[in-house]
Ligand binder design. Structure first.
Ligand code: GLU
Length: 298
C-alpha cells in the first residue's frame, strides 16, 4: 500500500468521537478555522522598490511557497485544496501588510530540496514552510525573521525503546527529507546511521509506521504534529539536538521585500496576531506558545 499513514489518519478520523477526551492523549483535532485571526489588509501607500511585489501587483496575486503535508504547520486539504497551519497563517498575516488579502494568495507546494531554486527562478514570491535560516542558504536566498525556533528531533514507533538520541542511530535506518538541515546533520555528524532521503516527511512517516525505517528525523515542531495525529503508534524520542530558526525565504536580491516582511512580522507579533495564530494551529499539537524570537534584520 502506498499511503498507510493517510489510511491510518482516515481510520482515526472515523474513530475520533470514541477516542476524544481520552485522558492524557494529545488533541487529534486539526486547525480550527473559526478561531483563527483575520488580518487587516494595509490600506496605506504600497511598499515601493521591490521587483517581487511589483510583479505580484501586476498579476493581481501573490504566489507563496509552502508545505502541504506537515500537520499544524502547512497542510493542504486534498478535497478543497485549501492550505492551513501556522506557516500558512504567517504567510497570510505578512501578505495583509503588503496589501494582499487571503483571496489574493496562491499557495504552491515546494519540497525542502527545491526551495532555493523556486525562489531563484521566481516560481514563488516568498516561501513559508519550516525553512531554517543559515549562512549557506543566505548565499542563495534572503530570509525575513526568524518567526519561530525549532530543534531537530527523532520520531520512532511507540514500541521502540532503543533510540533515545542521535547517538543511538548507528546501524539504524533513519529517514529525512533530502536537502533539509536535519538530513545534512545526520549525514555529517552521524555517518554510521543508514540515512534514507525522501521528498517529504510524510513519506518518511509512512515508512516508519509500516516498519521500513526505524526513525524519522526533522524539526520537533514537525514531528510533534505527526505524533499528535497518531499518538498510539508514534512518539518523539529524546530531546532536540539543534537550533532551527524559521525564516520567510525571499528572492536573494530583493532587500526591500525582506525588510517589509520583517516589519510585518514585528507588527503581528506586537498586536497579538502571532500568538492567536499559534494557539489555533501549532499549539494544537500540545506545546504552549513560546515568545517569538527577536527578528534579525541584516
Ligand atoms: N527546518 C529544516 C530545514 O529547513 C527542516 C524542515 C524542512 O525540511 O522544511 O531544512
Amino acid at each position: 500500500m502506498r499511503r498507510p499513514f493517510a489510511l491510518l489518519l482516515l481510520l482515526l478520523l472515523i474513530a475520533a468521537p470514541v477516542s476524544c477526551g481520552k485522558p492524557g492523549s494529545p488533541p487529534t483535532k486539526g486547525p480550527q478555522p473559526s478561531s483563527l485571526p483575520s488580518y487587516q489588509v494595509a490600506a496605506g501607500p504600497p511598499v515601493t522598490g521591490s521587483p517581487t511585489l511589483d510583479a505580484a501587483r501586476g498579476r493581481g496575486h501573490l504566489v507563496v511557497g509552502a508545505k502541504e503535508d506537515q500537520p499544524y504547520l502547512g497542510q493542504k486539504d486534498p478535497a478543497s485544496g485549501v492550505y492551513s497551519g501556522f506557516d500558512i497563517e504567517i504567510a497570510k498575516m505578512v501578505a495583509a501588510d503588503l496589501g494582499f488579502g487571503p483571496g489574493q494568495i496562491q499557495f504552491k507546494t515546494i519540497a525542502s530540496a527545491n526551495r532555493e531554486t523556486a525562489l531563484q527562478n521566481g516560481q514563488v514570491d516568498y516561501y513559508v514552510g519550516t525553512y531554517t535560516i543559515n549562512d549557506n542558504r543566505k548565499k542563495l536566498v534572503g530570509f525575513a525573521g526568524p518567526y519561530f525556533v525549532a530543534g531537530q528531533g527523532l520520531l520512532v514507533r511507540k514500541s521502540n525503546n532503543s533510540i533515545k538520541g542521535p547517538q543511538d542511530l548507528a546501524g539504524k535506518t533513519v529517514c529525512s527529507a533530502s536537502g533539509s538541515t536535519p538530513y545534512q546533520r545526520i549525514q555529517k555528524q552521524y555517518p554510521q546511521a543508514k540515512l534514507v532521503g525522501y521528498d517529504t516527511y510524510s513519506a518518511c512517516v509512512d515508512n516508519l509506521v509500516s516498519g521500513q525505517v526505524d526513525a524519522v528525523t526533522t524539526d520537533n515542531a514537525i514531528l510533534q504534529g505527526y505524533a499528535a495525529k497518531v499518538p498510539d503508534e508514534l512518539k518523539i524520542a529524546g530531546q532536540p539536538f539543534s537550533t532551527e530558526p524559521y525564516g520567510i525565504g525571499t528572492p536573494h536580491n530583493d532587500a526591500v521585500l525582506r525588510g517589509a516582511l520583517d516589519d510585518a512580522l514585528a507588527h503581528h507579533e506586537q498586536n497579538g496576531d502571532w500568538k492567536k495564530a499559534y494557539d489555533a494551529t501549532l499549539g494544537l499539537s500540545g506545546v504552549p506558545a513560546p515568545t517569538p524570537p527577536p527578528i534579525q534584520r541584516y
